[in-house]
Write a new protein. Structure first.
Length: 261
């Protein structure tokens, strides 16, 4: 039997962090951890507060999509108070923390699809949603929402994209969500504290991107662009080279790798 108790006490017990995960609010079932985290952040929650759900009934994905989080998944949101200059780094740190912790707990190889999807064997296993609140030019809080498909079988959810998978599907056995959450929170804090001089974070994130050098189709708002994903800048934006030689710098978008189609 894997350790799968996601209670606040089990997560915080002897967790080797200073602040990330030192306060955990656990719900067996709720709409979305983002909603609760936002309310907590507005009420002045301490930095590093984590909202975890055993199951979400209205999980939110990027670009207003729904995110499926049935029982057996990990759904959590972490409240941070970053300096404005560190905000782009949150995308990199959250995907690296997810990739590193998945690798540490499962020994599967995890890759990053720009900007912050985590893939295992070419299929999406984890999605990350970033939200920030500003007062003038200052970030009042940021919330990192992380969803990982862990102990459920994608075959039981035929509505989900074929390009998705779960850790249990890839491993053929269940994984300890508790070990994975604790590893994830520990990695997040380690990387967050390294963020002010975050060149190493940028370089590791760039090295893990499966996107670079590939033919891609990017949906950015209502625009669809195609080309080769040439490079990523220090602020996390993607440089797309079009067939006519021109280029576009993309700050946010949804990438599909074309050579897989
Ligand atoms: C994506 O579309 O790839 C991002 C998915 C983010 C899902 C996580 S699960 C925890 C948190 N709560 C939500 O409702 N969404 C994020």
């Amino acid at each position: 039997m894997v350790k799968d108790n996601l209670s606040s006490a089990a997560i915080t017990d002897n967790l080797k962090t200073r602040f990330v995960g030192q306060r955990v609010i656990y719900y067996p079932r709720l709409t979305s951890t983002m909603n609760v985290a936002r309310r907590e952040a507005r009420q002045g929650a301490v930095e590093g507060t984590v909202v975890v759900a055993g199951e979400q009934t209205a999980g939110k994905g990027r670009v207003k999509r729904a995110w499926l989080s049935p029982r057996g998944s990990i759904a959590l949101s972490v409240i941070l108070h970053p300096d404005t200059a560190c905000l782009p780094g949150l995308i990199m740190l959250s995907s690296l923390a997810a990739a590193r912790s998945i690798e540490a707990v499962t020994a599967l190889e995890a890759q990053v699809k720009w900007p912050n999807d985590i893939l295992v064997n070419g299929k999406k296993v984890c999605g990350i949603l970033l939200e920030s609140d500003w007062r003038g030019k200052r970030v009042t809080y940021a919330i990192i929402g992380i969803g990982i498909n862990v102990n459920f079988r994608l075959a039981d959810f035929p509505g989900i994209l074929p390009a998705a998978t779960s850790l249990a599907d890839e491993l053929g056995k269940d994984v300890s969500r508790l070990d994975l959450v604790r590893a994830l929170l520990t990695e997040m804090e380690r990387l967050y504290r390294a963020l002010p001089d975050g060149d190493a974070i940028y370089r590791e994130w760039r090295a893990r991107l499966v996107t670079l050098g590939r033919k891609v189709r990017v949906e950015s708002g209502k625009t669809i662009l195609e080309g080769i994903a040439e490079s990523v800048a220090r602020d996390g934006s993607l440089l797309l080279r079009h067939p006519d030689g021109s280029s576009t710098q993309i700050v946010a978008g949804d990438v599909r790798l074309r050579d897989d189609e």
